[in-house]
Design a protein around this ligand. Structure first.
Ligand code: GAF
Length: 388
């Protein structure tokens, strides 16, 4: 039995009916494009959130997490004090807002759910820009819909998980993280069209090419709810409206310069330039991966970082140092990944350079007086699945 199942048994006094797992993600390229209906190329991490669960005969949802010492959170699926988006679990129970949000979104979509007991355990680092929230949402959604035999295609499940986070938790994220967690496959990056939710699985095997992808967690906690993310989103939507477009995705790369000339605000111009060039980079990286030319993606990753740092202004000194140090230590390319303002960077390196690059970054952080970073290799793992 998995640890989540054991934990469930100990807590609730009987075994779960099943255990469902969903991974965190790393985004290879395509950052801050998803809420512009654009493109992204994430892959799933081996780190997962597991939800052990069983149905209940009543309309009660009990939620417990190994990672939080606040005990069992009990909610009524129908009561006003239960799944009310105006009153999500707060304070020491605020972690429970994510699974509660998912139950709310599924019910709000008219899906026939009943009560359930959930026990959660996770090794997805939180606040590291590796989508611990999406992993929790997707694992919960999969557990609840499987328990109640509700057929839901993975993209629909991801879209509902995003809606849960937007409308219930109050974080205005796009759909990339939930799609990556729900739809990624081992050994592949997921080319994602965030407007249509169409996806392509692109073989991505660093080891076979003698390469390694390092994830460098700066340990600067990032939070999407602090206003800067919403400000970027508003700026992009405002620019699209000013250009008469449904979304910035509808601005082709070839038409970028004349479009920029039509925007008065220099900040908006920079935001638009990032989004449009980033969408283009997604396609160029995909092409190189398909051609097996993995090393050549490096400069595009670094270009993406410069764009996020200078045009989109979502980097921070720790991310910039991680990237520049990895590059100086021989990385083919490096960039921040995820929402930014902290969290993690990734670096594409020769497999035998791992120790040297990790040491260089660790030493540079120490010299700058930053917290020691956590450096780990990552390879594309499986998306969400039932594991027991
Ligand atoms: C966060 C969000 F949750 C995603 O939707 C995406 O916008 C990302 O930041 C930036 O690419 O992870």
């Amino acid at each position: 039995m998995s640890t989540a199942a054991d934990g469930f048994h100990r807590l609730y006094g009987s075994p779960p009916e099943g255990v469902w797992a969903a991974p965190g993600r790393v985004n290879l390229i395509g950052e801050h494009t998803d809420y512009n209906d654009g493109f992204a190329l994430p892959f799933a991490l081996p780190h997962r959130t597991e939800v052990a669960a069983a149905r209940r005969p009543d309309r009660t949802l009990r939620i417990h997490s190994d990672g939080f010492p606040s005990g069992v959170v009990t909610l009524d699926l129908d009561g006003a004090g239960g799944l009310d988006p105006a009153r999500p679990p707060r304070g020491p129970h605020s972690w429970a807002a994510y699974p509660a949000a998912v139950a709310w979104a599924l019910l709000d979509a008219g899906l026939p759910l009943g009560g359930a007991d959930l026990h959660i355990r996770s090794d997805v680092p939180t606040g590291a820009g590796l989508s611990s929230s999406a992993a929790l949402e997707v694992a919960t959604a999969l557990a609840l819909t499987d328990l109640y035999a509700v057929p839901l295609a993975r993209p629909d499940l991801a879209a509902l998980a995003r809606r849960a986070e937007n409308a219930y938790v109050g974080v205005p994220c796009g759909v990339m993280d939930q799609m990556a967690s729900a739809c990624a496959t081992a050994g592949h990056a997921l080319h994602l069209d965030t407007r249509t939710l169409e996806r392509r699985h692109i073989p991505f095997d660093c080891a076979a090419a003698g390469l390694r992808l390092l994830v460098i967690d700066t340990r600067v906690q990032h939070a999407l709810g602090d206003g800067a993310y919403a400000e970027r989103l508003a700026s992009c939507h405002g620019a699209a409206a000013a250009l008469g477009l449904p979304a910035l995705r509808d601005l082709p790369y070839e038409e970028l310069e004349p479009a920029l000339a039509r925007l008065d605000d220099p900040v908006r111009r920079r935001r638009v330039r990032h989004v449009v060039t980033e969408n283009e980079r997604v396609f160029r990286v995909e092409e190189l991966l398909r051609a097996g030319r993995l090393r050549e993606t490096g400069p595009l990753l670094s270009e993406g970082h410069a764009s996020l740092r200078d045009d989109y202004e979502v980097s921070c000194p720790e991310l910039d140092l991680a990237v520049s140090t990895a590059e100086a230590a021989g990385a083919y390319g490096a960039r921040m990944t995820g929402g930014g303002f902290g969290g993690s960077a990734l670096a594409l390196i020769d497999a035998d350079a791992e120790a040297a690059v990790a040491r260089a970054v660790t030493e540079a952080f120490a010299a700058a007086g930053f917290k020691p970073p956590r450096v780990t290799p990552a390879a594309p793992a499986a998306g969400a699945e039932r594991v027991l």
